[in-house]
Design a protein around this ligand. Structure first.
Ligand SMILES: [Zn+2]
Length: 269
């Protein structure tokens, strides 16, 4: 994986950003991480030039609407492509038992029979366990429970064939139980709901989210070389988010800071 394609950077109820989702790309194949909140995932693929025929793997962190419902659209669209004879091979979504059961159930309730019957044949929903290691497209992934108090959620650490280490913390603050998965870390991908100075306005802790300062302190603690911050508000900093978030992060973190916009592409080195 040498590119990170940012599909969305907003928290659940943003109006100006898409919900946080991204794809990793190795120049040939994609790994999609989360689906966003719905049909917008199709337009996000279109906008970033992701070819569906090169997408065979996805990971879903948890069941919340802003992450899971777009995955229903991904499953539906892949099913349609298969039925139209425009998709070769299989498509697999990985997640923990709770999210996989719900994704399956929603697809069962909402998809047309001709789409749903492909699940188990060409479309696979695979349960991964806490601490499980898996090879996907030549990358080693280790999935871990982030110990969310809201809904069961997994993150992962990934090592590319070229030895780049990435940690994806899901959409909640770092929890001490996941410390063994943090290092070494070339890339840390984490949520940060708002600036620390706006903590009283947004109350991120009550939503189980971080401020930019907290995310930056975590990255500093684990000596992450690069920090990617997303899953943010879209009100007070809209239009100046890159500048304001990077400025705050710089106070607490000494590595490279990325505050991407939707559809930014980050080269992973
Ligand atoms: Zn979320």
């Amino acid at each position: 994986m040498d590119r990170l394609i940012v599909l969305g950077t907003g928290q659940a109820v943003c109006l100006r950003y898409h919900n946080t989702a991204f794809a990793l790309y190795d120049g040939d194949q994609y790994l999609l991480v989360d689906g966003g909140g719905g049909h917008e995932i199709l337009t996000c693929f279109d906008q970033t030039g992701i070819e569906w025929q090169r997408l065979h793997y996805a990971f879903l962190s948890h069941e919340h609407t802003d992450h899971m419902l777009g995955m229903v659209w991904v499953v539906r669209y892949v099913a349609e492509l298969i039925n139209w004879g425009r998709y070769a091979g299989d498509f697999t979504v990985y997640s923990h038992d709770v999210a996989i059961a719900k994704l399956y159930q929603i697809c069962n309730l909402l998809l047309k029979p001709a789409q749903f019957e492909l699940i188990g044949r060409r479309i696979h929903m695979e349960v991964v366990r806490d601490g499980q290691k898996l090879d996907i497209l030549g990358n080693t992934l280790i999935f871990f429970d982030i110990h969310s108090k809201k809904a069961k959620q997994f993150g992962f650490r990934l090592e590319t064939a070229k030895g780049v280490h990435m940690v994806f913390l899901g959409d909640e603050p770092f929890s001490e139980e996941t410390a063994p998965y943090m290092e070494p870390c070339d890339w840390m991908l984490t949520e940060a709901y708002c600036l620390d100075s706006e903590r009283s306005r947004y109350r991120p802790a009550e939503l189980n989210h971080s401020t930019v300062r907290e995310a930056s302190e975590c990255a500093e603690r684990f000596k992450a070389k690069n920090l990617v911050i997303w899953h943010t508000e879209d009100e007070s900093t809209y239009g100046r988010r890159k500048e304001l978030y990077a400025r705050e992060a710089k106070h607490y973190y000494s590595g490279r800071i990325f505050v991407p916009d939707d559809f930014d592409v980050i080269t992973l080195t």
